[in-house]
Design a protein around this ligand. Structure first.
Ligand code: SAM
Length: 310
């Protein structure tokens, strides 16, 4: 008898839980989508047809600076309502926009130029949407870092995007010092008022490391300058106009002196790589032969590349 009552209660509970689950799913499927929409970094023709369509279709456009974006929106006859979302109001706006998305109103996030969230606001908003189960779709599009890197002639197989360097000298020096042994390309954004000082700092901390500075991408005076930091300083100081505009600074990987690595060490490295990740193998061999970990890591990558090519 007791068993019978329990079973009936269980069946009732199961019914209630199923109903709650269905209500939850219906509620969730009513959520509208947040679109991350990249906009041009200079040349208006770089906006995609899909970006224009999404900006026309959504209920709201959240823009870093609504006045700045209004020129772009007018140019493409986009009349969607806008509201601001920037570093100083992102928490407040996030709460409001998340509620609108939950109520079924779609939102597109744009920044002043390029891909939102890449050295631009939006992280707090997107993270919250993810936490709340709101669909987030990012459209591919313009980004100064990727545009510059792809045409720089520097290695692109591995790179680190650093955003803007710190302004304070000590913090900036510390961050640049990390590049001394870094075996991949580093990419930075820099403001015009600091570009000369930053290249001088690179010269002071990293010496004659090969660098590339990309300026005014996709605009009339697009320029790539490459060479030692000294070469780039000469270019920047040659004409005041050379320091105006927008800049991406790229630093080449540290040169690895492979001749320091004996055949014996190299052989141990390749053997260990069959049993553990390259990073760990490089650390073990570095300790055993008193060599630089980064040099061994780079040698391991080169050996792997050569093996893969065979
Ligand atoms: N979200 C943007 C993106 O996807 O590239 C970046 C925004 S960040 C606030 C602005 C910085 O990006 C500029 O200071 C400059 O370093 C870089 N940048 C933007 N447009 C550029 C361009 N046309 N040429 C070179 N650098 C550019």
């Amino acid at each position: 008898m007791k068993i019978y009552v329990c079973r009936r209660k269980l069946a009732q509970w199961r019914g209630t839980l199923s109903l709650l689950f269905v209500i939850f799913i219906v509620y969730m499927t009513n959520f509208a989508t947040l679109y991350i929409v990249p906009t041009p970094i200079g040349n208006l023709d770089d906006i995609s047809a899909r970006a224009i369509e999404v900006l026309k279709q959504v209920n709201w456009i959240a823009a870093e600076d609504t006045r700045h974006s209004s020129r772009l929106l007018q140019h493409f006859s986009i009349s969607t309502r806008t509201l601001s979302l920037h570093d100083h109001n992102e928490d407040k706006r996030t709460a409001m926009l998340v509620q609108r998305l939950k109520d079924g109103e779609s939102v597109a996030l744009i920044s002043d130029a390029g891909t939102p969230l890449i050295s631009d606001p939006g992280f707090v908003f997107v993270r919250r949407c993810r936490e709340e189960g709101i669909p987030v779709i990012a459209l591919p599009g313009p980004c100064a870092a990727i545009t510059a890197l792809s045409a720089s002639g520097l290695p692109t197989d591995r790179f680190i995007f650093e955003g803007f360097l710190p302004v304070k000298t000590q913090a900036k020096d510390n961050q640049l010092a990390e590049l001394k042994a870094r075996t991949c390309t580093s990419v930075f954004y820099e403001a015009p008022r600091r570009i000369l000082a930053t290249v001088k700092d690179i010269a002071r901390v990293l010496g004659d490391r090969h660098i590339v500075v990309a300026k005014e991408l996709s605009k009339t005076f697009e320029t790539y300058v490459s060479g030692t930091p000294g070469d780039v300083i000469d270019y920047l100081e040659a004409d005041a106009a050379h320091q105006k505009g927008e800049f991406v600074v790229m630093v080449s990987p540290a040169q690895v002196n492979l001749s320091e690595i004996s055949a014996e060490a190299m052989s141990l490295l390749t053997t260990l790589c069959d049993h553990m990740p390259l990073k760990k193998a490089a650390a073990v061999v570095a300790e055993h032969y008193d060599l630089k970990k980064n040099a061994l890591y780079q040698a391991g990558l080169d050996a792997k590349g050569a093996k893969d090519a065979d």
